[in-house]
Structure formats: structure tokens, C-alpha cells
Design a protein around this ligand. Structure first.
Ligand SMILES: Nc1ncnc2c1ncn2[C@@H]1O[C@H](COP(=O)(O)OP(=O)(O)OP(=O)(O)O)[C@@H](O)[C@H]1O
Ligand SMILES: [Mg+2]
Length: 353
């Protein structure tokens, strides 16, 4: 959501902020020449909020006051001095739609998106901020085009502006998290990829073709939070205990009860992914070649192998830090962090082009 289009001279350091439902992640990234460095990073888990939340699927965020205080603490602890920041907006707050446009010049596209959006976006357009990307065709080329439009309620945009201000950051832009994650993780431009972001409260299935996000579906099942809940109730444990049990052995647990409880949560996602992949091949005549896993749940022991077998495709957990300049000693830590931090990294990179 580039609501501040006049920041032509972007700084060389940028802060990326991802306010997830289980934690807030912040990264500070610098760019010089062709290199990128992770200068500082921090995370604050807020599982207690999620536990107290009455809704497992709603979009109720933490209060702006709580979030900005937590952010200040992270910035302080991580010694982040840079004020320039870009925030990601969760997929469940963003409405994605794609539609066709006739041949147009670059200037005309933006007007045409605004003109056509009310037909497709179920939000009052006067109270909505639109962001869009051309996903096929080129303006001025005398060929029809297709655009992917992300729509967010102005109220949400204003909420983020308020949070940034209270946290002492200068908000340069907002971006839908599906776009941030693609920037961070998709480096091979040739393939058709299905990228899953399995977080605490939402799971997103994205299709990317030639490096461009084509489809994004946000689901409210098969989430990391629900996996933990179901273990807690199956074994009569607390949420925190169940969280440890889940992370320790996951689908590879020798306890049948744990294993079956987890499969019951994971299988609906598998069914949905199969459906999305098959629809994509039917309507777009393109086969999904690889599956990427992201979000904290990507690290669930056994998940990658289970998906690879069930979907009969290569599955990888891509590392968003793989082309960063880092000390070799940090490599393992960064690879483990990548699924959780890739949204924050991608959104920071959007300001360092
Ligand atoms: N090693 C691991 N194995 C299994 N699950 C894990 C592991 N590490 C983290 N998780 C799970 O990942 C989830 C947190 O992921 P993430 O940080 O991507 O979520 P979030 O961004 O806060 O949530 P959302 O995107 O839904 O708002 C939690 O449910 C946590 O239990
Ligand atoms: Mg997330």
C-alpha cells in the first residue's frame, strides 16, 4: 500500500515489521552495493493474548497501545535506531482479487483499476485503500492485461499509522504480507510454486508463477494455534505444555495420540492445497512444480516429508537469509528463524530496492 509515493529517496537501512497473532517480529536490514545485511532483529511472543482470545479465527489484533509498547521494547532490546519502517498487513485483513483489463497505457491502468475495483471488492471503495500489480501483459503493448488487486479498509491503514507513530517509527508504506513473503522467498523466477504460510491463527496458500504472486487464499483452519489446542485437549495439557510437545516431535512423535491429533489438523490443509493446485492447472494450464513452506509451522517435524509424499512434489523450506552477508556461525540460527521472519524481511526489502 504505497500511501506515501513521494519517498523517492529511500534510505539505505529499513525496518520491517510483521505484527502476527502470536508474535511481533522486527528486522533492520541494510543494503550496500549488491549486498544485504541483517543488522538487528527481535521478536516478542504474545501467546498469552492468543490463548485469551475467544475467537480462533477472527482478525482481532492486539490493541494499538499494547502493540506499540511491545514494539518499543523490541526496538530497544535489539538496539534498532533506524526510524524508517514498512509494516506488513495480515492476509486476513487484505482482500485479494484479480481481473482482466483491456490494452491500456501505464497511466490509464491505475484509473482503470480504481474504476473496475468496486465490481470485485466487497468493501465500500471510498473507505478502502487499493494496491495493485500487473500480473500478465505490459502497459502500452496493445494486449489485454491482468491485475492482482489488494484492498484494505482505510480504518486498518489508519490503525497501523497510529501504531507506528506511538512506537516512534516513520511509516514509509504498508504491504500485504503475501507480497512481502514472495519477495523474501521466491528467488527462482522460472517455476510455478505453491507457497504455504502456516502461522498461528491463519494459513495462506499462494500460487506464484515466474516470481509473480497470482493467487492468494487465506484459510482459517490447519493453523499452528489449532494444532496446539487440539494436543492440549487430547492430552489434557496446558497450551504451553502442548506447544512444547508439538514442536518437539511433531508428526514424528512415537505417541500415536499426538501423531493422530496432528494429522487431523494437517490433512484438511493438504486437501485444500490439492484442490487449489488442481484448479490452477485446470484454469491456467500451469502445473505447480514445487511447494514452499513458511510460517513457524513450516518447522513442524515431519511436515515437509509428509507433504512431499502426499503431493508428489519437491517441498522445501526456503531460507530468506540465504543471500545475506552473515557470519557462518549464525547460519543455523537464521535458517531456523527464516519461516517466522520471512514476512518482516520481505517487507523491509521492499524499501531497499
Ligand atoms: N519448530 C516448530 N515446529 C512446529 N511449530 C512451530 C515451530 N516453531 C514455531 N511453530 C509454530 O508456528 C506458529 C507461529 O508461527 P508464525 O510466527 O509464523 O505465526 P504468526 O505470524 O504469529 O501468526 P499469524 O501469521 O497467523 O498471524 C505457532 O503456532 C508455533 O507453535
Ligand atoms: Mg504470520
Amino acid at each position: 500500500m504505497g500511501f506515501n509515493p513521494f519517498n523517492l529517496f529511500l534510505p539505505k537501512r529499513m525496518v520491517g515489521v510483521d505484527i502476527g497473532t502470536s508474535s511481533i517480529k522486527i528486522v533492520e536490514i541494510s543494503k550496500w552495493g549488491g549486498g544485504r545485511t541483517l543488522e538487528n532483529y527481535g521478536e516478542m511472543k504474545s501467546a498469552s493474548f492468543f490463548r485469551d482470545s475467544s475467537s480462533q479465527t477472527g482478525s482481532n489484533l492486539l490493541s494499538a497501545g499494547f502493540i506499540s509498547k511491545a514494539m518499543k521494547a523490541i526496538l530497544d532490546e535489539a538496539r534498532i535506531k533506524t526510524k524508517a519502517a514498512i509494516f506488513s498487513i495480515p492476509d486476513y485483513s487484505t482482500f485479494f482479487v484479480s481481473f482482466d483489463l483491456p490494452p491500456l497505457t501505464e497511466k490509464e491502468v491505475s484509473e482503470a483499476v480504481r474504476f473496475n475495483a468496486p465490481q470485485y471488492v466487497p468493501l465500500p471503495i471510498s473507505e478502502t485503500t487499493l494496491d495493485w500489480k500487473i500480473i500478465s501483459g505490459t502497459p502500452g503493448n496493445k494486449q489485454p492485461m491482468k491485475v492482482l488487486v489488494a484492498a484494505v479498509a482505510n480504518q486498518i491503514v489508519q490503525e497501523y499509522q497510529r501504531i507506528a507513530q506511538m512506537a516512534g517509527l516513520q511509516l514509509y508504506a504498508l504491504e500485504a504480507e503475501a507480497l512481502s513473503i514472495v519477495r523474501a522467498l521466491v528467488k527462482d523466477n522460472k517455476m510455478t510454486i505453491c507457497l504455504l504460510d502456516i502461522g498461528t491463527q491463519s494459513t495462506t496458500v499462494n500460487i506464484i508463477e515466474h516470481g509473480v504472486l497470482k493467487k492468494s487464499h487465506s484459510l482459517d483452519f490447519s493453523t499452528g494455534g489449532q494444532m496446539t489446542y487440539s494436543i492440549a485437549s487430547a492430552l489434557d495439557k496446558s497450551y504451553t505444555e502442548a506447544e512444547d510437545i508439538k514442536i518437539k516431535d511433531g508428526l514424528l512423535s512415537s505417541n500415536e495420540n499426538i501423531k493422530n491429533t496432528l494429522y487431523l489438523q494437517v490433512d484438511p490443509l493438504l486437501t485444500e492445497v490439492k484442490k487449489i493446485i488442481s484448479e490452477y492447472s485446470q484454469y491456467e494450464q500451469k502445473e505447480v512444480q514445487e511447494i514452499y513452506l513458511a510460517g513457524g509451522t513450516a518447522n513442524l517435524p515431519g511436515l515437509k516429508e509428509y507433504f512431499a509424499e502426499a503431493l508428489d512434489r519437491k517441498v522445501q523450506i526456503p531460507n530468506c537469509f540465504s543471500d545475506f552477508l552473515t557470519a557462518p556461525i549464525l547460519e543455523e540460527t537464521l535458517a531456523e528463524m527464516s519461516p517466522r521472519f520471512c514476512v518482516a524481511v520481505g517487507v523491509a526489502l521492499s524499501g531497499l530496492k
